[in-house]
Design a protein around this ligand. Structure first.
Ligand code: GLN
Length: 251
């Protein structure tokens, strides 16, 4: 009798473990725009970079599988807000406006908006670009903070025109082809694009400094809390610093 009880108990425990296991392998969908190296870019048929690696480490720590969807930057916030994606990591800047629509995790990196020009450009500083009477065509990625700042500081101020591109690569190609005068973009992708294309440089003066974080549907507090706990552990044990250092080696 004792033996049957023991077997029954073992079986019950095994089933519970199996159920827990099935639950543990639930998949979270992360959306990004993989045209933002070294944070996210396509290599072969994979989306790689700092954000996918941090997401994979965090999901593993939380006990989830990770699936990555590559889509337009301007559909990320609405997609995660409506529950189409579980979270977004896309070198996404924390802003008060976005906080009206989504919940952000803790910050895991800093970004700086910089300006890419052709090597022989008459634009030598942010001040040149924002000067009265300046009339440049400024390339940005649609719906990014760079776009938002440029619209208010340049186009709405009557100091030039803002051209919005679906992603950083297309903006940089327009600069290379002489269709626009400069590109406002985050510093790390700027470095990658300048390295990949002849004849471009980044201006020394920085435009705006920002914080990056993952974002979630506004009411998904449970996932934000779990994510932050995992992020904190992975920062403390050196995993996240090592991922960032791998893509952005300290000088
Ligand atoms: N950091 C900028 C923003 O959040 C740009 C991000 C991006 O293009 N992936 O708007």
């Amino acid at each position: 009798m004792k033996k049957i009880m023991a077997i029954a108990l073992t079986l019950a425990l095994t089933l519970t473990a199996a159920a827990a296991c099935a639950e543990a392998t639930e998949t979270l969908t992360m959306a990004t725009n993989a045209s933002f190296p070294p944070y996210e870019y396509v290599e072969g048929d994979q989306v790689v970079g700092i954000d996918p690696e941090i997401a994979a480490a965090v999901c593993e720590k939380m006990g989830y599988n990770l699936e990555i969807v590559d889509t337009e930057f301007d559909s990320l916030i609405s997609g995660v807000a409506s529950g189409k994606y579980d979270f977004v990591m896309a070198g996404m800047t924390v802003t008060d406006e976005r906080k009206q629509m989504v919940s952000f995790s803790d910050t895991y990196a800093t970004g700086v908006q910089v300006i890419i020009v052709k090597e022989d450009s008459p634009i030598t500083s942010v001040d040149d670009l924002l000067a009265d009477g300046a009339n440049y065509t400024v390339g940005t990625q649609n719906a990014t903070t760079g776009y938002i700042y440029a619209m208010s500081d340049i186009e709405d101020a009557g100091k030039g025109t803002v051209a919005a591109f679906p992603n950083g690569n297309e903006a940089v190609m327009a600069l290379v082809n002489g269709k626009i005068d400069c590109v406002i973009i985050d510093n790390e992708p700027a470095k990658a694009y300048v390295e990949a294309n002849e004849g471009l440089k980044i201006l020394d003066s920085t435009y705006v400094v920002e914080d990056y974080a993952a974002c979630f549907a506004k009411d998904n507090t449970e996932l934000v809390e779990k994510f932050n706990a995992a992020l904190q552990e992975l920062t403390a044990d050196g995993t996240i610093p090592a991922i960032i250092e791998k893509y952005i080696p300290a000088e």
